[in-house]
Design a binder for this molecule. Structure first.
Ligand code: SF4
Length: 485
């Protein structure tokens, strides 16, 4: 997985999710742009490539957005120009560089003027019928500026709004037309609307700050600004925030549940709550299940920071093996980091992570991480641990092996780049030079979320998705019509 834009092509082992969204409809005289800034800061883990904030001052929308992290795109001066009674923010990850055609135009929030005023859209997720919808609009003469699904969604709402009495009616109709994963905030001149796809694949929560209502991808955004978490939107639910009141519209609500299980394992912050379950608890449970499924005699358990820490605590609690530190992470590697040359490749992992030699020397260690993509980074870490004197290194992974693509907004590499598609378990263990390797089982996923009755998406592990996914032809079309144009 390359992200040369960020100078991270040497850190190929992580999957990416596309976005985080935030919205505030103010009733107290808050500085909406400032609040959106801090909330986006808390959601930065959901997307680091671009971000934006659109403010609505009595129907007049001003939007600032650009490539970069939240604290790179915004400063006090920029925020001081963003005044209004509502604000919508977005952070985005994209595997496409700013050189890709239409990339810059695809940064959200997406602001579009149309016959009934101005629409602002911030979306998290990915549609499976975006290519067909785009084709339909282009056949009718529509012109698209960028490549994002949000622009397609804007066209659908604008079209439906013509025959609808209100913007919420148009959004309701849109929810019958678009297919796939979406957790979105739509801002009209007077209203803020939040909606979640009928399977609820991506999270979306409702909060309150004083008398002002908020929407956010994750509850950690509410904590960051001192707001109260009220509840999550149900799959298929739409909430309309207008005149300081929230109206729930449930025409598209069903009993279906398809939350992305990888939100719990990987994407979301551990201090967030998703569908009633603490992400921290889910990760700790994954570690406990791993300890039951793949026990080993060892002297120390530690996690790869930060992704493996919570599961390592669970593994330790269940196994009784002491928990400690084995690796220290350099927290200050950012976008401006100069990409090392190929000849420096062997030092790359050392730049990011250092082994605590005193802690691992002479010990049998269990190292827990959340995933393996290509296997190169984890192999380098195992080597470093052995060089530092670890007697045995047992690798435990708190998710099942990735084998299938995601159609709902996660950038999973092609099969050639997924080690689990290329090798059997024993061969992977040899390839990463571990003394043993254990992944969480598919059955084990259920135990992450005890008491949960509804379903969830685990498609990238099983190839079975909560909604029918595109055929190869449709996938080709999507490629043609979206990012790879
Ligand atoms: S396919 Fe995997 S990453 Fe995509 S939504 Fe489903 S569980 Fe999440």
């Amino acid at each position: 997985m390359e992200n040369k834009e960020l100078g991270f092509s040497w850190l190929p082992e992580k999957l990416h999710e596309e976005c985080g969204v935030f919205g505030i409809s103010d009733a107290d005289g808050h500085d909406c742009a400032n609040i959106a800034y801090y909330a986006l800061y808390a959601l930065q883990h959901r997307g680091q490539q671009s971000c934006g904030i659109a403010v609505n001052d009595s129907g007049n929308i001003v939007c600032t957005k650009d490539m970069g992290l939240v604290n790179e795109v915004f400063n006090e001066k920029i925020l001081s120009h963003l005044k209004g009674q509502m604000a919508v923010g977005h952070v985005n990850y994209s595997k496409y560089s700013k050189a890709s055609a239409g990339y810059r135009e695809s940064i959200q929030p997406m602001v579009r003027k149309y016959k009934k005023g101005t629409l602002t859209i911030a979306n998290n997720g990915s549609l499976i019928n975006a290519a067909q919808l785009r084709d339909m609009f282009e056949s009718e003469g529509a012109v698209f500026h960028g490549t994002s699904d949000a622009e397609v969604i804007a066209h659908v709402i604008a079209k439906e709004r013509i025959s609808s009495a209100s913007v919420e009616e148009a959004v309701k109709k849109m929810m019958k037309i678009i297919k796939g994963a979406y957790s979105m905030i739509v801002m009209s001149p007077q209203k803020m609307i939040g909606c979640r796809d009928p399977y609820g694949i991506r999270p979306l929560a409702l909060g309150k700050l004083g008398n002002s209502y908020l929407l956010a991808s994750e509850t950690c955004a509410f904590d960051a600004i001192g707001a109260e978490f009220i509840r999550e939107l149900d799959p298929g639910e739409m909430v309309v925030i207008y005149n300081n009141e929230v109206t729930s519209i449930r025409d598209n609500v069903t009993d279906n549940r398809g939350i992305c299980v990888f939100e719990y394992m990987y994407f979301a912050r551990p201090d967030s709550i998703i569908e009633g379950t603490s992400v921290y608890e889910a990760r700790k449970n994954a570690g406990k299940v791993l300890a039951q499924e793949h026990p080993v005699e060892a002297d120390l358990v530690f996690g790869v920071p930060d992704s493996g820490l919570c599961a390592a605590i669970g593994y330790s609690e269940e196994s009784g093996i002491p928990y400690g530190y084995g690796l220290i992470k350099n927290r200050y590697i950012g976008r401006t980091f100069i990409q090392p040359t190929q000849s420096e490749r062997q030092n790359l992992v050392k730049i990011k992570l250092n082994v605590l030699a005193d802690a691992v020397k002479g010990k049998r260690v269990v190292m827990v991480d959340d995933s393996i993509v290509r296997g190169t980074t984890i192999r380098d870490i195992v080597r470093l641990l052995k060089e530092a004197g670890a007697l045995e290194v047992h690798v435990r992974i708190s998710s099942p092996p990735f084998k299938w693509p995601c159609y709902f907004g996660t950038d999973v590499p092609s099969k050639e780049n997924l080690i689990a598609c290329q090798m059997e378990l024993d061969d992977i263990a040899k390839a990463i030079e571990a003394d043993s390797l254990g992944y969480l089982s598919i059955e084990g996923i259920k135990k992450l979320l005890p008491g949960r009755t509804g379903g969830y998406c685990q498609g990238c592990f099983t190839g079975e998705y909560p909604i029918p996914v595109p055929t190869q032809n449709e996938k080709d079309e999507r490629r043609i019509y979206t990012h790879e144009r």
